[in-house]
Ligand binder design. Structure first.
Ligand SMILES: Cc1ncc(COP(=O)(O)O)c(C=O)c1O
Length: 408
């Protein structure tokens, strides 16, 4: 079974928006288009339910129900419990709060391992704990390949290691890290496993039970939804954290690590992404299935389609001697987030000319300063990043390859 791309694209108003016609979108790692289910829900909420939620009057009760539905349905799709789902303003903010909430769980001189492959969101807040009595070890990337070595990680644990933080998939290197293996290794060493899933989740929501992680985070504005960060925190863990919210929220799991106060409308809207996933599942299968089972089917459909396009793109890039591909050169272990460095022409000139070809791409360091520095890639001007999702079609990849041929 193949993904029905015309059906998929019919779910995203951006693809029929006149001002975007002709433009091929390859900056999805920065933020995806929103599906119509999310846009409709947001408009509806702002029209009918824009009141304080959880009172008994209908507009308010309904607002609260819509929010609760998002927690429950997100949990069902990720194969965890609704009490383990937390919506915050962004992943950066979520990690910042977690680092503060978790510091009191540890003693002076305890140890954490933090990867150097991360976006700064999952890097700086942990490293700052070094000023608060925690020993921090950097798990560095290979300077040529940009990869993290699991063998090397084994050597970094001490008898006081409390946590390992790393990305499921880097937003500039694109390699899919073996999360389950790392998680098991962390647990064998009595450490927690904290994963930044922002780079990976747009390519398929994970089954968190299967991954065995303790904390997993991603950003909904990159997964077809509103501007929110989602975090999964294992139920027994949150009770050990220090409350970061108002004193009277002590013990209230939904509030303890989201001190900013939730954006009601966006939380209510988050389940629009799951309406979209349901619609895709039902379009491709008539079998009854739980959300987690649906998710597994969608993962395969999305991955097969993305991988086919990725193979074509990488084959073209490998055939050129005027381009360096950052990270792995084959599709098997990577997501369609491909950073490139032109070898013969200035990067900014190449980027500008690609834009003239109506290609929406990214350029810069993408807040992934540490991995680029480890790889000796100047963070200014950084890399050109090509990133796409399951809604990308073959014609867009043709347009991209033609643009690259003309410009390089
Ligand atoms: C891999 C990765 N992690 C974390 C973040 C930060 O997410 P947010 O913008 O929700 O703070 C990003 C944003 O680009 C990212 O790409």
């Amino acid at each position: 079974m193949n993904l029905d791309i015309p059906f998929i694209r019919s779910q995203f108003p951006a693809f029929t928006e006149p001002s975007l016609q002709g433009w091929a979108f390859f900056e999805n790692a920065g933020g995806s288009y929103a599906c119509k289910q999310v846009i409709d829900r947001l408009r509806d909420y702002y029209t009918k339910n824009k009141v304080q939620p959880y009172y008994d009057f209908p507009a308010s009760a309904q607002a609260g129900e819509m929010m609760d539905t998002s927690y429950q349905r997100m949990a069902d799709y990720l194969n965890v419990d609704a009490s383990e789902i937390h919506f915050g303003p962004s992943t950066t903010q979520n990690v910042y709060v977690l680092a503060n909430a978790m510091r009191p769980m540890w003693e002076e001189g305890d140890h954490i391992i933090v990867s150097n492959q991360d976006h700064e969101a999952n890097a700086g807040a942990w490293r700052r704990l070094a000023k608060r009595g925690i020993k921090v070890t950097e798990w560095q990337v290979d300077s040529e390949t940009g990869l993290l070595s699991v063998e090397e990680l084994k050597t970094l644990f001490t008898d006081r290691t409390k946590m390992v933080a790393f990305p499921h998939c880097s937003n500039v290197i694109g390699y899919i890290n073996p999360v389950k293996e790392i998680s098991q290794m962390a647990h064998d060493n009595s450490a927690l496993c904290v994963v930044d899933g922002v780079g990976w989740a747009p390519h398929g929501f994970p089954d968190l039970k299967d991954l065995e992680v303790d904390i997993y985070m991603f950003s909904m504005y990159k997964t077809f939804g509103p501007h929110l960060g989602v975090m999964y925190v294992k139920d027994e863990l949150i009770a050990k954290m220090e409350n970061q919210s108002h004193f009277f929220k002590e013990g209230v799991k939904r509030n303890m690590i989201t001190p900013a106060g939730p954006d009601h409308a966006q939380i209510a809207t988050a389940s629009g992404v799951l309406d979209y996933f349901d619609a895709v599942y039902e379009h491709h299968s008539d079998k009854t299935a739980t959300s987690a089972e649906r998710n597994a089917v969608l993962n395969r459909l999305f991955r097969d389609h993305e991988k086919g396009l990725l193979e074509r793109l990488l084959e073209f890039l490998r055939s050129r001697n005027d381009i360096r591909i950052v990270g792995p050169e084959v599709a098997d272990d990577r997501a369609p987030i491909v950073s490139i460095l032109p070898k013969k022409k200035p990067i900014k000139e190449v980027y500008d000319r690609l834009t003239q070809h109506e290609l929406m791409l990214g350029i810069g360091e993408f807040y992934a300063v540490r991995p680029l520095m480890d790889m000796n890639i100047p963070v200014d001007p950084g890399v050109i990043r090509i990133s796409f999702l399951h809604y990308t079609n073959s014609e867009e990849v043709d347009q991209l390859i033609q643009g690259l041929k003309d410009v390089l």
